[in-house]
Design a protein around this ligand. Structure first.
Ligand code: GLU
Ligand code: ZN
Length: 284
């Protein structure tokens, strides 16, 4: 049974890129007579605007999609805490008190896909706090000691619809944050645990999240989670060749919906590569 998901974060309205992503995931499930899930990833602290989730549901309905909704991330915090505690017992996490500024100053390099992925910030952490005694009174994030983790798991690979077999290379991302200063999980930990809990067998998402999969594959191996397949689809780009973003003026789906446009017709256009004006499909 194929189970796919669309996992938007309610920190801004959905745009055409989200519509495309949701349609790809929806149709892959339908073709396989499987399940298509909606999961609201609402643990982005102050950036999260829960009221947007309702807009998302209306947008998806407007596009003619059908889904099963699974619990939002904000209801799963206990599970994140329990798993983080397990990784800590395994000696795989260390506290990090660095601010973003300090990480920049310490000479962090930008990651494989700088700044483009959820909660990751795009900087490769140079390991400043590794092996350092940290004042327990200071707010600290917990980072994964990737070298130590890989020593436990050995080499890992994953299967990807668009790119065949991939060797997992989580070292290129550095010691990522698994527990944020302000939250019991980071994107990496929450999404990996949820995909497993929700029985997702085909993780469908944009090419901009490809690099995150190196880390997710490692977490699955450490925690004995089932290993899905991945489908990283190409991204819709604006006129300057950048991925769509609300802050660069990409129109919200809800604007089209509220203007009375035909969402089903839009969805069919996106399915057949007829992009809205000024938009094109990037490389896979
Ligand atoms: N919540 C993430 C986002 O909105 C997507 C996570 C994923 O698909 O893995 O960008
Ligand atoms: Zn640090």
């Amino acid at each position: 049974m194929t189970t796919t998901r669309f996992a938007p974060s309610p920190n801004g309205p959905l745009h055409w890129g989200h519509a495309f992503s949701a349609i790809v995931a929806h149709d892959l499930a339908r073709e396989a007579e499987g399940r298509f899930l909606l999961r609201i990833e609402d643990i982005d602290g102050p950036r999260s605007r829960p009221e947007l989730a309702d807009e998302f549901r209306r947008d998806l309905e407007w596009l003619g999609l059908e889904w099963e909704e699974v619990p939002a991330q904000s209801t799963r915090l206990e599970n994140y805490r329990a798993v983080a505690a397990r990784l800590e017992t395994m000696g795989l996490l260390y506290p990090c008190t660095c601010t973003r500024k300090e990480i920049e100053k310490a000479g962090a390099s930008t990651g494989p896909d700088p700044g483009s992925w959820a909660g990751a910030g795009g900087l490769v952490y140079p390991g400043t706090c590794k092996g350092r005694a940290v004042d327990p009174a200071e707010p600290a994030a917990l980072r994964l000691d990737v070298e130590k983790a890989l020593a436990l798991t050995g080499p890992l690979a994953w299967e990807d619809d668009l790119a065949e077999v991939q060797q997992a290379n989580p070292l290129t991302l550095g010691d990522v944050v698994l527990v944020r200063k302000d939250l019991p999980a980071s994107y990496h930990l929450a999404a990996t645990l949820d995909d497993a809990a929700d029985g997702v067998t085909l993780v469908t998402r944009g090419r901009d999240l490809f690099a995150a999969t190196h880390v997710h594959r490692l977490l699955q191996a450490l925690l004995g989670l089932p290993v899905p397949r991945w489908h990283h689809h190409a991204l819709l780009l604006d006129e300057s060749g950048q991925k769509l973003a609300k802050r660069r003026g990409s129109p919200a789906l809800s604007d089209h919906r509220l203007a009375g446009e035909d969402g089903h017709a839009w969805a069919d256009r996106l399915r057949t590569g007829q992009w809205p004006s000024g938009i094109s499909l990037g490389k896979a």
